[in-house]
Design a protein around this ligand. Structure first.
Ligand SMILES: Cc1ncc(COP(=O)(O)O)c(C=O)c1O
Length: 518
C-alpha cells in the first residue's frame, strides 16, 4: 500500500511560549491531534521524524518525542520501528460504539466522571475516553430483544446450589490451597470432554486455561503473543468487547469487512500485514455469518506462511437450530498449531457467572502457564469445582438441550411475526444458530440517523434494540451495514406480538421521515 508523503510539516503548528502557556509537548500533542481529527492529516500520512519536527518548531527532540508518544499511546498515530510514524486508520473516536469525534480524551473523561485524568496512564485514558460512560437506557436488561442475555429463569439453581453445598459446606483442604495456574484440572478435563463430544475438538486438558470470560481470554492471548504497535485484524462490524483488551495491550486494531461468508480474508491479506486475526467463524457477531471453508483454509495458510496467529471465538455455537456446524478451525489439521480457541459460559449458564476458557496450541501451553503463574497465580477457585461437577454429571448437556428447544420456539415465533408485520425489504439473517437474529435493512443514506434512529425510537417504545451500524468501526461502512439486532432468548413468546408491532411502528416512522426529507 502506498504511503502518503509527510504532510505534517506543511501544516501550521503555532506554539505559544509566553509564561503560563501550556507545556510545549502538550501544545504539539493537541495541535497534531486536532489536525488528525479535522482531516488536515489524513489516515496513513507519514509524520516527519522527531528530529525534523524539532528543527521546524524550534523545540527539543524530547518535546516532540513526548508528543508522539502520547499520540501513539492514545491511538492517533502508529509507530513502526525503522519506518516512522503514521496517522492511524482507525481513530480512538471511531472505536466508540457511538463514535463522536472532536472531544479531547480529557474532556471525554470528564463525561465519565473521571476527575484524575492527568494521573492515569495513557492507555487507560484512551480506553476510558473511547468507551465513554455507560448510558442508562432506562430499560431493563431483559426488555424485549435485548441481545446476549440468556433466560436465567430456566437455570437449574437447585442442582447448582446442591453442588455448591457439596464442595463448600465442608471443603476438601486441598481446595483451600493454592490452585493450578491453568485452572482446576477436573474442570479442564470436563471442558476437554465436552469439546471432543460436541465440537469434534481433540484437545488435552493441559491446553485449556480457565478465564473470567472471553474478554479475559483475549487479554491472555495479547499478553502472550503481542507487542505494542502490533496490528490485529478484527471483524467490522464486530464484537466491541474485544477492542479494549487489544488497546490495553497497545495493539492496533485493523477493521476488516464482513460479508455473507464472514470475515473478508482477501481484503485483510491485501492490506497491511497483521500479527493476529480475531474471528468468530461459527457465528459472526453481530451478523450471524458463517465463515466459509475456503476462507478458513485461506486464513490458516496465511497464519502458517507468515507466523501469524488466529483467535477463534466460538461464541454462540451451542444453540444451533438448522444445518450441521462446520468444524472449528482449531480442529483442522493446518490449524492446530496456529489457532487459539475461546469459549464462554456467559450465554449457556448465565452472564453473571463470568467464566470462560482459552484453548492454546500445545507449544504455547507451558509458556502461558508460567506467564499466568507469574502475573496472577491462578483463577479463583470458588466456582470451578461446582461447574466441573455440573458438566461431569450431565446437567450442563441437559440444560443446553432444554434451552435449545425453548429458544428454537422463540426464534420461530419471532420470525413468523416479523414476516407478518415488518416491511418486505427487511431481510432476516443469522437464523441457523445463536440467541439473536439480524433484521437487515436496505442500504441507506444515514443522514436521517438510519438504523440508529430506528433503534432509538424502538427503545422509546420499550424495546432493547441495537443498531447494526453501531458495531462498525469504520465510519464508511455504516451506511452499508444497516440493521437491527433482535435478541429472542430472554423474550417470552407472549411478549413478542406487541414487541414486533412496536418495532414495525419505529420502522414505519423512519420511512415517512426519510420520504418527507427526500
Ligand atoms: C462475539 C462475542 N464473543 C464472546 C462473548 C462473551 O463474552 P464473555 O465471555 O466475556 O461474557 C460475547 C458476549 O456478548 C460476544 O458477543
Amino acid at each position: 500500500m502506498s504511503r502518503k508523503a509527510s504532510r505534517a510539516s506543511l501544516i501550521s503548528l503555532p506554539l505559544e511560549r509566553s509564561p503560563g502557556a501550556p507545556p510545549l509537548h502538550q501544545q504539539l500533542y493537541s495541535q497534531l491531534r486536532q489536525a488528525v481529527l479535522d482531516g488536515r492529516l489524513a489516515a496513513d500520512t507519514r509524520l516527519p521524524s522527531s528530529r525534523l519536527l524539532a528543527e521546524e518548531t524550534g523545540c527539543s527532540r524530547n518535546t516532540v518525542l513526548s508528543a508522539y508518544e502520547q499520540l501513539t499511546a492514545e491511538g492517533y498515530i502508529v509507530g513502526r520501528v525503522g519506518a516512522g510514524s503514521y496517522v492511524s486508520r482507525v481513530l480512538p473516536e471511531d472505536l466508540q460504539p457511538h463514535g463522536s469525534r472532536g472531544h479531547a480524551p480529557a474532556a471525554a473523561l470528564q463525561d465519565t466522571g473521571v476527575e484524575t485524568a492527568a494521573e492515569l496512564g495513557a492507555r487507560a485514558q484512551a480506553i476510558l475516553a473511547r468507551t465513554g460512560q455507560q448510558r442508562s437506557t432506562g430499560l431493563s436488561a431483559f426488555a424485549p430483544f435485548s441481545v446476549g442475555a440468556p433466560d436465567g429463569r430456566y437455570f437449574p439453581f437447585d442442582v447448582w446450589g446442591r453442588l455448591a453445598g457439596r464442595f463448600w459446606r465442608a471443603p476438601d483442604p486441598l481446595l483451600l490451597k493454592q490452585g493450578d495456574p491453568a485452572g482446576l484440572p477436573e474442570l479442564r478435563q470436563a471442558i476437554a470432554d465436552y469439546l471432543g463430544a460436541v465440537r469434534s475438538l481433540t484437545v488435552s486438558p493441559e491446553q485449556i486455561f480457565i478465564t473470567s470470560g472471553s474478554q479475559q481470554a483475549l487479554t491472555w492471548v495479547c499478553r502472550l503473543l503481542l507487542d505494542p504497535g502490533d496490528r490485529v485484524w478484527i471483524e467490522d462490524p464486530g464484537y466491541s468487547g474485544f477492542r479494549a483488551p487489544l488497546m490495553a495491550a497497545g495493539a492496533e486494531p485493523c477493521p476488516v469487512s464482513v460479508d455473507r461468508d464472514g470475515f473478508a480474508v482477501e481484503e485483510a491479506l491485501a492490506g497491511p500485514q497483521a500479527r493476529l486475526a480475531v474471528v468468530a467463524p461459527a457465528r459472526q457477531f453481530p451478523t450471524g455469518a458463517i465463515l466459509s471453508l475456503a476462507r478458513r483454509l485461506e486464513l490458516l495458510r496465511w497464519a502458517r506462511a507468515t507466523g501469524g496467529w488466529i483467535v477463534e471465538d466460538d461464541y454462540d455455537s451451542e444453540y444451533r437450530y438448522a444445518g450441521r456446524p462446520l468444524a472449528p478451525m482449531q480442529s483442522l489439521s493446518e490449524g492446530a498449531e496456529r489457532v487459539l480457541y475461546i469459549g464462554s459460559f456467559s450465554k449457556v449458564l448465565f452472564s453473571g457467572i463470568r467464566m470462560g476458557y482459552l484453548v492454546v496450541p500445545p507449544a504455547l501451553a507451558e509458556p502461558l502457564r508460567r506467564l499466568r503463574h507469574a502475573i496472577e497465580d491462578h483463577p479463583p477457585l470458588a466456582m470451578q469445582p461446582v461447574l466441573a461437577a455440573f458438566m461431569k454429571e450431565g446437567h450442563f448437556a441437559a440444560h443446553v438441550r432444554r434451552m435449545r428447544l425453548i429458544y428454537a420456539k422463540r426464534q420461530a415465533c419471532l420470525r413468523a411475526l416479523c414476516a407478518e408485520h415488518l416491511p418486505e425489504d427487511v431481510r432476516l439473517e443469522g437464523l441457523e444458530a445463536g440467541l439473536h437474529l439480524l433484521a437487515r435493512l436496505p442500504e441507506r443514506d444515514t443522514r436521517d440517523g438510519g438504523d440508529r434512529a430506528v433503534a432509538e425510537r424502538a427503545r422509546t417504545g420499550g424495546l432493547m434494540v441495537q443498531a447494526l451500524s453501531a458495531y462498525c468501526l469504520d465510519p464508511a461502512r455504516r451506511a452499508r451495514q444497516q440493521g437491527l439486532l433482535l435478541g429472542f432468548a430472554a423474550t417470552a413468546r407472549s411478549e413478542m406480538p406487541w414487541a414486533v408491532r412496536t418495532l414495525a411502528g419505529a420502522l414505519g416512522d423512519s420511512r415517512s421521515e426519510s420520504r418527507a426529507a427526500g
